[in-house]
Design a protein around this ligand. Sequence first.
Ligand code: HEM
Ligand SMILES: *[C@@H]1O[C@H](CO)[C@@H](O)[C@H](O)[C@H]1NC(C)=O
Ligand SMILES: *[C@@H]1O[C@H](CO)[C@@H](O)[C@H](O)[C@H]1NC(C)=O
Length: 436
Amino acid sequence: MKTFTTAAISAAFLASNVHAFPKMAMDALTEPLKAEAFNVKRTTEIHARQGAAPPQGAGALPLVPPPFDAKTQYVSNQGKYKFVPPGPGDARGECPGLNALANHNYLPHNGYATIQQFIDATEAGFGMAKDLGGFLGLYGALVDGNLLGWSINGGPHIGIGGSHNNYEADSSPLKSDLNQYGSNQKLIKDQFYSLYNRQPDAATANYNLEVLRDFRKERYYESIHKNPYYSYLPFTGIEVSQAAFTFIYRFMANKSDENPEGVLNKEVLKSFMAIYGDDEENLHWKRGHERFPDNFYKRNPTDEYSIPYFEADILYFAETVPEVLEIGCNHGSVNTFNTIDAATISNGAYTAEQAAQSPLCFASEFAKVEIPLITGLSNSALSPLFNTLNTLTGNMNCASIGSVNQSALTACPGFSFYGGPTGPVAKGAIQDPVLN
Ligand code: HEM
Ligand SMILES: *[C@@H]1O[C@H](CO)[C@@H](O)[C@H](O)[C@H]1NC(C)=O
Ligand SMILES: *[C@@H]1O[C@H](CO)[C@@H](O)[C@H](O)[C@H]1NC(C)=O
């Protein structure tokens, strides 16, 4: 599907279409992909999920509303689970879900936990299925930890705060792009209000998947326009950065008898995002103070958020934002975004169509090739962990990627700027006010 294969053609194209870019360029690039990705079977599956319309609208709802059981779904924020703000030695990072779990002692309060503790806590607090919790926890232990556990902040190779382009990525919902702001953890005022104001009426507000995919599109283009080092790569882009959006509704929404799929209103969003204050125009952010609200009900145990569920949500996003299935980067200045063909980066192992059909396969196979390079561990040392990854993705029969074409990545200056929680600000970065 690669329409513009060489940098020269793309540069010429950009030069003559400065004002039209990137909308026009992206349409041209993604149109063939879209046709392939949304074949009849896919579309039927996605629309089947959205069958039950009221009261949330076309927010990618399950075909049959999940059951609701107050007793098993209630998440206590009392007693041993009461909110305790982080102290000076406690790690709190870019993930509001993990911060909230640590603040309420579902995770160790210091923010360091084992793979099993991450699996147990994400299930107890939010109803994350064990396959997804296992995948995310294991990946953290491999790439950002000591193979057994990791920090929810930390620094390079010792926590998810220090894992730019390995785990943490650009174009997050509320948090800053590393080389746009010099930090991957500031909360940007315009980003917050852009999401917040999408549901103006507090009485009916629901930040569902439909709202979130529109917001996701805006954030994607905002990074192209403002972050010279914006990189959107197979694992951190297609997978992790989508999770940062879908998790907002899938996990933070409050479930009930009336709305078993969940409603995410303004108060609950603010509580989980550590936003405080009464003046709606001048809300404040208290770093690391994410809280479970009172009387919060998580997902039903029979309706946990699993890897296949998450993959379907990525495809739901891609219906209106097909850009999310393609990788690419800015080339050192804003508005220089070019896509990278999946076949080029995978040395022919995946065509763009195959990558779009199975984004998790493409992303996790890419990650498997990159992990030995990132961690310096040998393949034999990693094999027990790869076996676990294979078990998790096993029923998808993913085609393996023998080697990643590293020279295709050298076109992305942001890719080599590994780091976090802080890092250099790229020349030409455009910054907006932060929320304090
Ligand atoms: C072991 C499980 C988890 C891991 C390893 C993890 C890791 C991460 C990472 C690396 C990011 C940064 C992504 C980016 O750069 O865009 C992130 C962001 C985020 N995570 Fe988690 N997370 C986990 C569980 C959860 C849970 C249970 C929630 C529930 C609400 C959650 C909600 C979010 C949200 C909303 C963001 C985006 C924050 C923002 O930019 O506004 N995560 N997480
Ligand atoms: C969740 O919904 C139930 C039922 O409507 C309600 O009683 C409870 O207060 C809600 N919780 C939050 C955190 O909004
Ligand atoms: C690897 O990437 C470079 C730079 O984009 C490209 O010229 C080359 O053809 C790629 N190799 C393969 C096997 O696709």
